[in-house]
Design a protein around this ligand. Structure first.
Ligand code: SDX
Length: 392
């Protein structure tokens, strides 16, 4: 009745794991963080509360939340030498490559981060990366835009501060737009954790060797970058823009997606676990309407996306394969309305997923789990006798 899946005894070291952080039911479209429904959290909580819940297991009291944010702010300074690494990247660098490199580089500037033998050490690591990561996210954007790197303003809230570091133009007053702040807060909550997906499994397996938190998260960022995973939100927008350039010919792209000789996939559709609907996609689709309406933006791309969804949901190929819009299908439309460039969409996914990666790393380390060691089914050659090269 609790939906617990009993794993056979052999699961240890096979890459599967027990976790008490996030529960998914792919058939019923249920997603819960520490038992709380994603619908409630997205509507009633803010991102930092949800980060605290995921990482420490309980919704924080006001005092706990205030202390958490105070500790995060106290560790949000990024060593000025990191800027030299940012400067060394070409402006053409993909921001996910910049983010993954800078996150790993943080270990060099915070060597003690590798040792998390006590709860206090772990807490210090948590607040350090929660404080520094948003700065790296903002610097990745400023780098590709050729803008001076901005620093945070600790008088602002967590999400407001991210937007200020990303968008404040030199010598210009930056005014927070509450519509954008609330929309980003909701998007980050919806991306915060998702059980043992590709990037989270990467963080856990890298961390299981007792590599540090920053190094493990850097590996997770690289896994998330792939277009089959978090990189899909960028691929969705590029696909929708291609359809728009093609006169909105959605049927042509549907045919391509069904053509087994064509590598094209309908990006933002399908999921390894959700075989009914992705509850996050439903919330984001409604939020896309709201945000564009509140911002007074008429974006034909949203209509193309809705048209594509309508067609796919009545197309036998997609219905038979249980392919529905996933979290990445509508999220890019909101990021675009916020003025975030397309190749920054997956960076925003990483910003949202950070507390989930931290929570999963912390759970694995505090439970002292064994090093990850998936086994294989060997399908290669049987034993063969060696021949020297002159006899081959
Ligand atoms: C995320 O795991 C997570 O939780 C991930 C995530 C998270 O929060 O961490 O939810 C985030 O990564 C969401 C997924 C984002 N990726 C995309 O939108 C890329 C497009 N989607 C597909 O590439 C695909 O659906 C995957 C990668 C998501 C799932 O891949 P699978 O498991 O290989 O797909 P499947 O086994 O369900 O495929 C079954 C059939 C196959 O056809 P047949 O061999 O049966 O004829 O459906 C086809 C697939 O070819 N198919 C698609 C398709 N997705 C699957 N055909 C066209 N377009 C698609 N999008």
């Amino acid at each position: 009745s609790t939906g617990l899946i009993t794993l056979d005894a052999g699961y240890k070291n096979t890459g599967s794991c027990e976790s008490g952080i996030t529960f998914l039911d792919g058939e019923k479209g249920i997603l819960r963080y520490r038992g709380y429904a994603i619908e409630d959290l997205a509507e009633k909580a803010d991102f930092l509360e949800v980060a605290f819940l995921l990482i420490f297991g309980e919704l924080p009291t006001k005092a706990q939340l205030d202390k958490f944010y105070t500790d995060i702010k106290s560790k949000s300074v990024v060593d000025d030498d990191v800027r030299k690494i940012v400067d060394a990247f070409p402006k053409s660098a993909h921001p996910m490559g910049v983010l993954s490199s800078l996150t790993s580089a943080l270990t060099a500037f915070n060597p003690s981060i590798v040792n998390v033998s006590s709860e206090q050490d772990m807490y210090n690591s948590v607040v350090k990366i929660m404080g520094k990561f948003p700065v790296l996210v903002a610097w990745a954007l400023r780098k590709i835009q050729g803008l001076p790197l901005d620093y945070g303003d600790n008088s602002l809230g967590y999400v407001e501060n991210v937007l200020k570091m990303m968008f404040k133009q030199p010598n210009q007053e930056y005014v927070q737009n509450p519509i954008i702040v609330n929309a980003l807060d909701k998007l980050l909550i919806l991306h915060a954790d998702h059980e043992q997906n590709c990037s989270t499994s990467t963080v856990r397996i890298v961390g299981s060797s007792h590599a540090g938190l920053f190094a493990s998260i850097s590996a997770g960022i690289s896994a998330l970058w792939g277009p089959l995973h978090g990189g899909a939100n960028q691929a969705v927008l590029e696909m929708l823009e291609a359809i728009q350039a093609d006169g909105g010919d959605t049927k042509k792209y549907m045919a391509k997606a069904k053509d087994k000789n064509d590598p094209f996939r309908l990006m933002g559709f399908g999921h390894r676990v959700y075989k009914n609907f992705d509850p996050r996609a439903k919330i984001i689709k409604a939020a896309a309407d709201e945000v564009l309406n509140d911002l007074g933006i008429e974006d034909p791309i949203l209509d193309i996306a809705k048209g594509l969804e309508r067609e796919a949901l009545s197309d036998d190929y997609f219905v038979k394969r249980k392919l529905y819009p996933n979290v990445d299908f509508y999220s890019g439309i909101i990021y675009r309305a916020m003025g975030i460039p397309t190749d920054m969409f997956t960076v925003m996914f990483a910003l949202g997923r950070l507390p989930g990666w931290i929570a999963q790393y912390r759970e694995m380390r505090l439970r002292n789990e064994p090093i990850g060691r998936p086994r294989q089914l060997y399908i290669g050659q049987n034993h063969r006798v060696f021949k020297t090269v002159k006899n081959r």
